[in-house]
Design a protein around this ligand. Structure first.
Ligand code: URA
Length: 419
């Protein structure tokens, strides 16, 4: 078997066999297949799609490219959650400590930013000292000790996805049903939870632009989960404007901290967190009544238990928790420019994809695979769609470390926020 024949077969719209898919995944993981060959095959998959059988084989060979965790030591209901990606999406960061504070074990493996969307792992790394790259033994030990761990894909879990995920980001092959379904489900299968809630986003700031496509993606992921013996529930989240107000790594961590402290709970973020969380609690066998579940979650924000759990997790993973107590300690961007409205009116659109791209241009995301992220830059919106604004009222603040990029962002955002 050789990779050139496999690329040519997919290029010519033919179906790949299980052996051919496994050959590619093994070869790319052990680096006998190069990035440019993998890029060609991924692009051919993007353009020509995959049959259900190919998708099944791709997902399972990606899941089996490293270790597959057995989390049964944590009980029969270990719950996980994954988002198909969004802008300003700090849902996992606030939701999972709330779930853990209710006594439900959380063992979560998250991804980095992809395309114009941010990634939970990049955001967690905005907390000085927080180590997202830990061994499987430490990961399990943390869950045993405090009931939660959130780590990156740096250890030997679905390493093929880690490589393909980073590659897709740099060759414009992100927004594609088989590639997203195999990426997410290979990670979820390898990470070991047997109950999984999927946050399937759709709209201008999501990879799936319509609810119809989001449903198709969810269907594929649910059937892959079923094959693997996992119970999967999909929750559909509209993503036309960013979630909450902050976009950018440190800025989103600060918004998440304020949320967990019960200080500021933006309506959209709150509703998504409660909706997904209520299903996680149900799947964990801790309550069938979704409204009651939401109440329990709010209670643990108000009584401080959720924030306490977040702090414990940060400390356990080497992070400096003093930043959580005093958010002013986070490093600030060099330029902070307020953008004000030049007219009075109603906000009709804040395109999430445009905001995500703007944040990337400021340095909050990657253009090339090995780009370093600038943690402190981004955008904090002051308004949501349907809000009213007065002339000269604050619309958003741009956080930048480069004067020229800052100037460009100030001009661009005036066109992105439609009044
Ligand atoms: N999240 C993932 O883990 N993979 C994707 O492809 C998209 C979102």
């Amino acid at each position: 078997m050789n990779i050139l024949e496999i690329i040519a077969k997919k290029r010519d719209k033919k179906e790949l066999s299980k052996e051919e898919i496994e050959f590619f995944i093994k070869g790319y993981t052990n680096e006998s297949i190069t990035d440019y060959q993998a890029a060609a095959l991924v692009m051919a998959i993007y353009l020509n799609g995959m049959t259900d059988e190919e998708l099944f084989n791709l997902t399972f060979s990606m899941a089996n490219s490293g270790e597959v965790l057995d989390l049964s030591e944590f009980g029969t209901n270990v719950v996980d959650k994954h988002s198909t990606g969004g802008v300003g999406d700090k849902v996992s960061i606030v939701l999972l400590p709330i779930i853990a504070s209710l006594g439900i074990p959380v063992a979560k493996m998250s991804g980095r930013g992809l395309g114009f969307t941010g990634g939970t792992i990049d955001k967690l790394e905005a907390i000085p000292g927080y180590n997202t790259s830990v061994s499987i033994d430490s990961f399990k030990e943390y869950v045993h000790k405090i009931g939660i761990s959130m780590i990156g894909q740096t250890m030997n879990l679905a390493p093929a996805d880690k490589k393909i995920y980073a590659l897709r980001d740099t060759i414009s092959c992100v927004d594609n049903i088989p590639l997203i379904a195999s990426s997410i489900m290979s990670k979820k299968i390898a990470a070991g939870a047997n109950k999984i809630v999927l946050e399937v986003t759709y709209g201008k700031g999501a990879f799936m632009k319509s609810l119809e496509d989001a449903k198709l993606l969810a269907e594929k992921m649910e059937s892959l989960g079923k094959y693997a013996g996992r119970e999967v529930k999909s929750v559909f989240t509209p993503m036309n404007e960013p979630i909450g107000f902050a976009v950018g790594n440190t800025l989103e961590i600060i918004e998440a901290i304020n949320f967990l402290k019960g200080k500021e709970l933006p309506d959209d973020l709150k509703n998504i967190v409660l909706e997904i969380g209520s299903y996680m609690i149900k799947l964990a066998g801790k309550g069938d009544n979704l409204e009651e579940n939401k109440k329990k979650m709010l209670e643990n924000i108000n009584n401080g238990l959720a924030f306490e759990k977040f702090k414990q997790m940060v400390e356990m993973q080497g992070g400096d928790a003093s930043y959580l107590n005093d958010i002013n300690r986070f490093e600030k961007a060099k330029y902070m420019v307020q953008v004000k409205s030049d007219k009075k009116g109603k906000i009709t659109e804040i395109n999430a994809e445009d905001i995500g791209k703007l944040a990337c241009e400021l340095g909050a995301g990657r253009i090339k695979k090995d780009d370093k992220i600038d943690m402190s830059v981004g955008i904090v919106l002051n308004k949501k769609v349907n809000d009213f604004v007065e002339q000269n009222e604050l619309l958003a603040t741009i956080y930048a470390n480069d004067e020229e990029k800052c100037k460009i962002a100030v001009e661009k955002i005036k066109n992105i926020i439609k009044i």
